[in-house]
Ligand binder design. Structure first.
Ligand code: MF3
Ligand code: CO
Ligand code: CO
Length: 285
């Protein structure tokens, strides 16, 4: 299955820096998601923020990708290319941010979230909240001696019980000195299969969940991935490391994701959204 790197504490320290920048950037960009904004504008803001932080946006020129982030709206599953498209009320948009830092001999940190543009339909809102939960459920499976297949099995079980489907063509991935490396982390499959998780293994979990069929097609630009049936799709992503105790979410956030975690209907789990949960508890008291 190819060898899976285990990071030393020294490497992890640098990996944490890259992941924290990616997380900070995602929090920052959430504030800019609103009707009337173009995806090109979101791209520019992230690009400038990344450079100002002595880092490089990993997507730019990666296998020929032309921009610094991926912006995937509504029926776009992933790898949407920023451009002149204007966000409109009721859209959902995944912004996928990967930071490479420092600018040489560095590490990549990868995370993404789906944001609400204005007020979503009930259909969109349910999809996004179930997808948010899918990532949490995947993270709950991460522990030493567990199997990578446990992650996808738990996600698929939950998503399908809700009547949704799990994208098969794109999977989570090992990450570190390279953007994509072993292992593959499918968001579907069977418990007890694939690699055994070991402390120091670093990978992403990034479920893409569709309202309709799981099948995808790639547009003529060779990047933009759409649902084959044009049903809505949502995605959330974190980079995690297997620890002796269980799991550390390397892209955990120091703040709330505006236009995603701060909405009253956000279904916040215990793991990745604790700041939003805290904020909500404070507001209630
Ligand atoms: N960030 C995406 C992922 O989660 C990969 C984007 S590849 C790009 O793996 F070239 F489109 F940027
Ligand atoms: Co990503
Ligand atoms: Co990724």
């Amino acid at each position: 299955m190819g060898s899976i790197e285990l990071m030393s504490p020294g490497m992890l320290k640098k990996m944490r820096t890259a992941c924290q920048l990616a997380a900070d950037t995602l929090v920052m960009i959430g504030e800019h998601v609103k009707p009337g904004v173009t995806t090109e504008e979101l791209n520019r803001i992230v690009h400038e923020y990344t450079i100002a932080n002595n880092a490089i946006p990993s997507p730019l020129n990666y296998r020929g990708f032309p921009k610094s982030i991926c912006t995937s709206i509504n029926e776009v599953v992933c790898h949407g290319i920023p451009g002149p498209q204007v966000l409109k009320d009721g859209d959902i948009i995944n912004v996928d941010i990967t930071s490479y830092t420092p600018t040489r001999r560095g590490f990549h940190g990868d995370n993404s979230a789906t944001f609400y543009v204005g007020t979503p339909s009930e259909e969109a809102r349910n999809l996004v909240e179930i997808t948010r939960r899918c990532l949490e459920i995947g993270i709950e499976q991460v522990r030493p001696n567990g199997r990578v297949g446990d992650i996808g099995a738990a996600i698929q079980e939950y998503a399908e019980a809700k009547g949704y489907s799990v994208v098969r063509d794109f999977v989570g991935h090992g990450i570190g000195r390279s953007f994509h490396m072993p292992p593959n982390v499918p968001h579907f499959g069977s418990r007890g299969t694939l690699a055994r998780m070991r402390p120091g293994m670093v990978f992403t979990i990034e479920p893409m969940i569709n309202i309709g069929d799981w099948r995808c097609e790639v547009q003529d630009d060779d990047w933009t991935v759409l649902t084959a049936d044009r049903s809505l799709s949502a995605q959330f992503e974190h980079t995690v490391v297997v620890t002796r105790e269980g799991c550390e979410v390397l892209t955990d956030r120091k703040g709330v994701l505006k236009n995603s975690e701060d909405v009253p209907w956000a279904d916040l789990g215990p793991l990745s959204c604790r700041f939003a949960a805290e904020q909500r508890a404070n507001q209630a008291s």
